[in-house]
Design a protein. Structure first.
Length: 227
């Protein structure tokens, strides 16, 4: 009987040891998984950053009717920009390396919006100048169609910036000056101060500003600046 009990104790001890060993191994695996997830996130950010840097001299033209470009997209893009802003605003010839619609195949449904036109400039400064002119003019018309010009970003970065859309509309409605900084930081100007909101979660603080403005108290004292 005693031998049987001793044998059972030995077996239980061995099982406990195996369980403990398995738990240690599980803990090591969990640690390794977290490390791999962190590395994967880091690499994904690097890839996205590299993609956006490769687009640094690009712009997107939206709402330009399909077929307007004919067979010469590069020539059309240059003439379109001159038509939108005037030759006096673009005294130096724009050197366009590439221009095409994206995606390459048009949607057969005529009711869909025209595909964006991607334009790549040889000189980064030309891209900045076009974006500045676009902001200053505000409304851009081509053959009666209102077109829009934006920087060209990766899909991931565009989604991050898109999160701020509703807030930016409210800021415009309240006539509050703002700007989007690269990669996806909202900069707001109030009372001579600059507030920076690097993530969408930080934007919640903006609604405190809305409450002050909506209540008619347009001369309030800011005590918190998000950086």
């Amino acid at each position: 009987m005693q031998d049987s009990l001793n044998s059972m104790k030995t077996t239980v001890g061995e099982l406990e040891g195996r369980v403990g060993s398995n738990q240690d191994e599980l803990s090591r695996l969990e640690t390794r998984i977290k490390q791999l997830e962190k590395q994967n996130s880091y690499l994904a950010e690097k890839v996205e950053d590299a993609e956006n840097r490769s687009r640094a001299s690009n712009i997107r033209l939206l709402r330009v009717p399909e077929g307007s470009e004919g067979r010469d997209m590069i020539g059309f893009a240059g003439q379109l920009l001159i038509q939108l802003f005037g030759q006096d605003k673009l005294p130096s010839p724009l050197v366009i390396e590439r221009a095409h619609r994206s995606p390459g195949t048009p949607n057969p449904n005529p009711k869909t919006a025209p595909r964006p036109i991607l334009v790549r400039f040889l000189h980064f400064q030309d891209k900045l100048n076009i974006l500045r002119l676009s902001r200053d003019k505000k409304e851009l018309l081509f053959n009666g169609n209102r077109v829009h010009i934006y920087p060209d970003f990766s899909a991931g970065l565009m989604e991050k910036r898109r999160l701020f859309t509703t807030v930016k509309k409210k800021l415009r409605d309240l006539d509050i000056e703002y700007a989007m900084q690269y990669p996806a930081t909202l900069r707001v100007h109030v009372e001579g101060k600059k507030l920076f909101f690097p993530t969408f979660a930080d934007v919640e603080q903006i609604f405190l500003l809305f409450l002050f403005f909506i209540s008619g108290n347009t001369h309030f004292h800011l005590v918190v600046i998000s950086t």
